[in-house]
Design a protein around this ligand. Structure first.
Ligand code: MG
Length: 377
């Protein structure tokens, strides 16, 4: 498969933090992808909440299946646009590695705990995982991924943190763009969760399909499915609708991005980075429809009483774990205790405790919480 000139290419990579010989039978980005798949953080995604806490049901999305769906959508678009599929896949599979247990509530809780210690950002944590926390290789800390994969993982970043990140943080200060593969994964993430959350929401019974009828992205496809297949059972009509919704937005992105790229006159990845705005994008019309669906999900699914109730519990678990470890670092596993400075200053301790908690799966966090409370901490 021939890459477009504006795709990320091995030869033009900004390289790895610790120089390594090129792999013999793989591309640089294949190697990144492979290292991500072999990481412990990647395996943990299986037991981390996307929207529904892991033990709620076996069929709901987890962070792992979400990441695989993001990779699927992003790879399809990458191939159609002549982008680097290996890099796209690497970024997609790694994009949520820094997520805490219990989804966004867990993250907000941890951010609150770290208010006086620099806060907690899950994008930055994903980078911390691949740069530092995975200890698997003899010659370097982390996974030593290429600049381009790390650039894609760091989707957002506060100005304060960007200043400390050197080369990688620059684009948040200079307001430049990441490569097209990174731009693409960003959108594929949204397409994946918008659609699978409709699916999970309906299957869980928290959403009713009547509620979705005023939502343009859903209605457009649902009406068509009903017209063409009036006799299929409701559940099948929903699946057919969702599959068409994904196809609709993906097609829009491919056509629109192709047009924008052609009009922009960009020739290589450095042109992409310098371009004033992202080139991988929906048409304004589909962007608006997508925002409408997102708003709908926020109001009706993420804020649903049953979801917020579960999450209220989760916030308590995260907060109490944080407090317990801060009070008594001896409760931390030995390998985390070894990272405490001498003297053990509070900001450093808070960061190490946050690394430990962020790495927990939902059920491990619940077990640790029970263990510590039962031991009377
Ligand atoms: Mg995601």
């Amino acid at each position: 498969m021939k890459l477009a000139s504006y795709a990320a290419q091995d030869a033009a990579s900004r390289g790895r933090r610790y120089p390594e010989a090129s792999p013999a039978h793989r591309s640089e980005y294949q190697r990144d992808r492979d290292r991500i798949i072999h990481s412990a953080a990647f395996r943990r995604l299986e037991y981390k909440t996307q929207v529904f806490i892991n033990h709620e049901g076996d069929l709901f999305r987890t962070r792992l299946t979400h990441s695989i769906e993001v990779a699927q959508i992003a790879r399809s678009v990458a191939r159609a646009l002549g982008l680097n599929e290996d890099l796209t896949e690497a970024i997609a599979l790694a994009h949520d590695l820094g997520h805490t247990p219990f989804g966004h509530s867990g993250q907000d809780a941890l951010n609150e705990c770290l208010r006086d210690y620099g806060g907690f950002e899950h994008n930055l944590q994903s980078l911390r995982v691949v740069d530092l926390l995975e200890e698997r290789y003899a010659e370097f800390p982390g996974l030593n991924l290429t600049f381009e994969t790390r650039e894609g993982i760091l989707k957002h970043c506060s100005v304060k943190n960007a200043r400390e990140l050197g080369e990688l943080g620059k684009r948040f200060l200079e307001k430049t763009q990441p490569g097209l593969e990174a731009q693409l994964v960003n959108i594929a993430d949204e397409i994946a969760y918008n659609n699978h959350d409709v699916d999970d929401g309906l299957r869980s019974g928290l959403l009713m399909h009547e509620q979705l009828k005023p939502i343009a992205l859903f209605a457009g496809q649902y009406d068509e499915v009903r017209r063409r297949y009036p006799d299929i059972p409701p559940r099948r009509a929903i699946y057919e609708t969702i599959r068409r919704m994904i196809n609709h937005v993906v097609t829009d992105i491919i056509d629109n991005s192709r047009r924008r790229i052609a009009q922009s006159g960009i020739k290589d990845i450095e042109d992409v980075r310098r371009h004033p705005e992202p080139l991988v994008a929906y048409t304004p019309e589909v962007a608006e429809k997508s925002r409408e669906l997102k708003r709908f999900l926020r109001q009706n699914l993420y804020a649903h009483e049953r979801v917020t109730q579960m999450m209220g519990e989760a916030v308590k678990v995260v907060r109490e774990l944080f407090e317990a470890f801060m009070r008594d670092p001896c409760l931390l596993p030995v390998q985390y205790q070894e990272k405490l400075g001498k003297p053990d200053a509070a900001p450093n301790r808070a960061r190490i405790v946050a690394d430990y908690i962020a790495g927990m799966t939902d059920r491990y966090a619940l077990r640790e919480h029970t263990r510590l409370l039962q031991s009377g901490v």
